[in-house]
Design a protein around this ligand. Structure first.
Ligand code: CP
Ligand code: NVA
Length: 306
């Protein structure tokens, strides 16, 4: 059987994705009840981080330990990857020693090249194009708070970035309508919009985008790697700040999500995370549970005793 990777939400069927979310809820319940569940004993996840991370690193590392395995943090600064060893060679070697590899990188092609040469499952822990693990957590959080997202309306406010692209894929896979409000020139990549068809609408006015929405999500205006554009972006994105008043224009039961880290006073108002409609802490916690479900799905169960 060929190895499964998780580079994008499109690597799973809609049924598998719903199964992962439901399993994440079950694993959360097991942990809350103090039940020991270690199907990945002796299994090892390698984690390559070319960009900074708090949530992704912690949730994968804690998740592996809780499932009975281990995780190894690999920085390009201390590995041969950072000194120019080809990605394909690293993939050949690393995947012979590891049971899964999580990669946070810049170019999405690094992930696809690694996966092509890997014997072990590869997980996208964020690329310039996509952040699918965050969407597992977001979809779990919506299900827990409001039930199925199928047929609902979601508004993405701000930059058409990696998170936005993953929301487009989620709209297709989880069957909801997505309205994106972004400044001209900051739309999501055309290839993602093209595959979404009329499932996704791009607007300029955030108020029009949130009208009747059941979920509003945003992200930083300057993603990792775009620091040189920060001042220009700050000025351009000003009308796209998500505020309590903006949430008031949405459905009465709207939820607000942000993948974090958040910049209060920029993409969100100073008080937004204190609003009861914001579920960002549950969302962040669910990275742990949803990714444990993903690891269980991708990594073969424990070895047998000799
Ligand atoms: N949301 C998210 O991926 O956070 P980190 O950058 O802290 O991993
Ligand atoms: N769009 C952000 C997400 C961080 C989790 C970035 O790429 O920096």
């Amino acid at each position: 059987m060929s190895v499964r990777h998780f580079l994008s939400l499109m690597d799973c069927t809609p049924q598998e994705l719903v199964g992962l979310i439901r399993r994440g809820i079950e694993l959360k319940d097991l942990r809350n009840r103090g039940v020991l569940f270690e199907p990945l004993k002796n299994r090892v996840l390698g984690m390559i981080f070319e960009k900074a991370s708090t949530r992704t690193r912690l949730s994968f590392e804690a998740g592996m330990i809780q499932l009975g395995g281990q995780a190894i943090f690999l920085s390009p600064r201390d590995t041969q990857l950072g000194r120019g060893e080809p990605v394909s060679d690293c993939a050949q070697v690393m995947s012979r020693m590891l049971d899964a590899v999580m990669i946070r990188t810049f170019a999405h092609s690094t992930l696809t090249e690694f996966a092509t040469n890997s014997q072990a499952p590869v997980i996208n822990g964020l690329s310039d194009d996509l952040h699918p693990c965050q969407l597992l957590a977001d979809m779990q959080t919506f299900l827990e708070h409001r039930g199925s997202i199928q047929g609902k309306t979601v508004a993405w406010i701000g930059d058409g970035n990696n998170m936005c692209n993953s929301y487009i894929e989620a709209a297709l896979q989880f069957d909801f309508q997505l309205r994106i409000a972004c400044p001209e020139g900051y739309e999501p990549k055309a290839e993602f919009l093209a595959q979404a068809g009329d499932r996704v609408q791009v607007l300029r006015d955030p108020h029009a985008a949130v009208a009747g929405a059941h979920l509003i999500s945003t992200d930083v205006w300057t993603s990792m790697g775009q620091e040189a554009e920060a001042a220009e972006r700050l000025a351009l994105f000003k009308p796209y700040q998500v505020t309590r008043e903006l949430l008031d224009s949405a459905a009465d039961d709207v939820l607000f999500m942000h993948c974090l880290p958040a910049h209060r006073g920029e993409e969100i108002s100073m008080d937004l995370l204190d609003d009861p409609r914001a579920v960002v802490w549950d969302q962040a916690e669910n990275r742990l549970h949803a990714q444990k479900a993903l690891l269980e799905f991708l990594v073969e169960p424990a070895y047998h005793h000799a």
